[in-house]
Design a protein. Structure first.
Length: 134
C-alpha cells in the first residue's frame, strides 16, 4: 500500500485544495493530511477563519483523505514520514524545492497549483462585496 503525506492549513476549503488532495491521492492508496494547528498558524503568520477542529472535521469528510493529523511545527516532517511509513511527500509547487531535504526519506512530488483561486483571494472578494451591502 502506497502511503502519501501532505501538509497545509486548508482554510476556507476551495477547488485548489480539492485538486491537490485528489492528485495526491491518485499517487497512491492512502493519503494522510497534516493540518496546521491554530498555534502553528500563528508561527506561519497565517490567520485561519476556521479553527483546527473545524478544518479537521471538513478534511476528514473528503473522500480522498484517509487520515488527518496535526501539523504543530516545521520540524515534524521527517518524524511523520518515518512514523507513518510514507512513500510520497506531496505539496503544491508554490513550495517547490523547499522540502527537497526529505528526499532521502521518501519521494517528493510538487504538483502545479490551481490558478485563479486562493483563500486570500476569497477573503479579499468577500470583504470588498461586504463593503457594498446596505
Ligand atoms: N494549493 C493549490 N492550489 C491553490 C491553493 C493551494 O494547489 N490555488 C495547495 C498548496 O500548494 C498546498 C495545499 O494546497 O500544497 C494547502 O494550501 P495551504 O492551506 O495554503 O497550505 P500552506 O499554508 O502553504 O501550508 O508545512 C507546509 C505548510 O503547512 C503548507
Amino acid at each position: 500500500m502506497k502511503r502519501i503525506l501532505t501538509y497545509g492549513t486548508f482554510d476556507l476549503l476551495h477547488r485548489g485544495h480539492i485538486n491537490l488532495l485528489k492528485r495526491a491521492k491518485d499517487l497512491g492508496d492512502y493519503l494522510i493530511v497534516a493540518i496546521s494547528t491554530d498555534e502553528f498558524n500563528r508561527i506561519k503568520k497565517k490567520k485561519a477563519y476556521y479553527s483546527f477542529d473545524d478544518r479537521r472535521l471538513i478534511l476528514e469528510a473528503i473522500r480522498y483523505v484517509d487520515e488527518v493529523i496535526p501539523e504543530k511545527n516545521w520540524e515534524q516532517k521527517i518524524l511523520d514520514i518515518k512514523k507513518y511509513s510514507i512513500d510520497v511527500f506531496v505539496m503544491g509547487d508554490d513550495w517547490k524545492g523547499k522540502f527537497d531535504y526529505l528526499n532521502s526519506y521518501c519521494d517528493i512530488v510538487y504538483l502545479p497549483r490551481t490558478e485563479g483561486v486562493s483563500t486570500t483571494k476569497i477573503k479579499k472578494e468577500l470583504f470588498r462585496t461586504n463593503e457594498f451591502i446596505e
